[in-house]
Design a protein around this ligand. Sequence first.
Ligand code: IVH
Length: 695
Amino acid sequence: MTTPAAVIVDAAAYARAVEDAVGAAAAYYTGGTSPLDDDAYDRLVRGIADWEADHPDQVLPGSPTGKVAGGAVEGDVPHTVPMLSLDNVFSAEEFTAWTAALARRTGRDTTRFSVGPKLDGLAIAARYNGGRLTRLITRGDGTAGEDVSHAIGTVEGLPERLAEPVTLEVRGEVLMTAAQFEYANEVRTGHGGQPFANPRNAAAGTLRAKERVYTVPMTFFGYGLLPLPDTDRALAERLDELAHSELMDLAAGLGVHTSARTAVPDTVAETPEQVLDRVKEIAAVRAELPFGIDGIVVKADLAADRRAAGSGSRAPRWAVAYKLPAVEKITRLLEVEWNVGRTGIIAPRAVLEPVVIDGSTITYATLHNPADITRRDLRLGDHVMVHRAGDVIPRVEAPVAHLRTGEERPIEFPGHCPRCGSDIDTGEERWRCAQGRNCHLVASLAYAAGRDQLDIEGLGTTRVVQLVDAGLVADLADLFALRRDQLLALERMGETSTDNLLAAIERAKAQPLSRVLCALGVRGTGRSMSRRIARHFATMDHIRAADTDAMQQVEGIGAEKAPSIVAELAELAPLIDKLAAAGVTMTEPGAVPPAAEAAPDGRSGAGAPAEDGPLAGMTVVVTGAMTGSLEKLSRNEMNELVERAGGRSSSSVSRRTTLVVAGEGAGAKRAKAEQLGIRLAAPDEFAALVAGLLA
Ligand code: IVH
């Protein structure tokens, strides 16, 4: 897929674009970090090329379209043969057009192609003299590059001695594998340095760093062999005559690492169709490769074809890069969420400013584990490099440290399990809730016992953990089977707390159906939804008898939510039976079951909400602190009261609101009610309205 070229409207915009692109390219080739990701750079350069095509007389000398990217620096080592770039194609059509142009140049319609991965690293020339590695030179501006011989010994796949005492130049790509990149950032940030944004920058930065107290390994892949002035004639002639595939065999035989031993070795294709098949194959495994590729390089394999095709000043005409969609984009890290998995693993997840990568909008990305966040020195508000390939979950690669403004904030790590509140086992890199697989049970029991559900005083997380650890409860219904002697045997459980807890559990049995339902923790049914369901169906039997159509009769439950609620309730059937057997209330006081034809107990009724209460037909919002006889009621209890009185509770004031109960300190909601002319009632007035229903 080709993203559109940047649109450049005038000469000033063109000059700015050239400046941006040159800056980005310089950063790209010298190991700095560019504020443009690859995709943005490509779009900019295509925009520049479009503008230049319309204004050929105004092309700036420094334009990235006209020269080999990257700039030579004084003191650079000249290349014996220029190190060129590659032209890109982005689709099968563009590739076919390229093969047609190649055929015209070679004068033959059949060409053998060599097809291999386009490695996402930096080009380097390695000079061997008598089989010994003597010099490493970066590409620089293509005619001369920087001497980076100090890196000899740190680049895997580039032996210091070849298998034969030959004199020649090996060209190829230096990169960091995923593991090398992780390690590089770990050591770098460990030494107080700023992390590299991606493996490519890491390889570039590491290669050029002269005096480092630590060594970071990199990997080399050879993709070319050429003679040096001192190469003996016979070998030089041989190198000029060999097919690319043969050169690669020769390189591998000399001990140089090539793509041959990877999952994507260079292969020979006899036709453009075969090339396209191979492109698809390589693209399909891209996400699983331990190193980055940004395309596929297609080369005329035979020396004669290469010669016939020749080279331009920027790129050879015998090779082309079939670009794959960018898998990396820069965006901002907004938040970090901590999610607890089935086994209690607590995993951080990045919430990102949405960014489109290869056609999908990415909003979340994995951050692996807390150690990883520390290693990468990530901060909230950072610009981050996000990587997404294939169906693999997107990941945050690293911050783009030079884009920091100083406003970034540290990422806070949780002190307790974010789901159940227990301690966290931080002994391993992957943090885990101390409750492990029981975490979910602890969290759901603590939730069920909460004030707005079964309101079992004295049953907080710590106590729940004790009960679960002692093997006394494995589900909610087990709470109701707890015996005095069992509780007394627990640590820190005296007679009084035991009796209090047992009494609280006993009282919980009388909680209305709405709260029992809420305690079950069915997804998508919080407090108010549980109340609506309970009031609508009036009994647990009616709720369980409801199919998705019947469930959708409840206000606020649509076609999407209904099936999952029905399915989850069916799954909970054994637990519900167990709760009913323990004597837990399964009816909603004051509610009447719907006039369903097939109500399981044969009863019929008018359906909820109650239409005859003092608040019948009213939508009520409660805000501020309650006083007087309502002082002790939680917001949830106030909402329950509204609904028992036939009203509908809501949390936000709108034109549909009919009454706002405004307690002490009521602010914005009261103001909005005044503005909309909605009736306001003080807690006492409201208490008088619902007097008959107050316990
Ligand atoms: S052949 C004349 N083969 O891509 C250049 N290049 O964007 C012939 N690259 O400068 C290069 N993988 O640094 C070749 N398998 C591969 C490659 C490859 C990566 C790089 C190389 C080149 C750049 C062009």
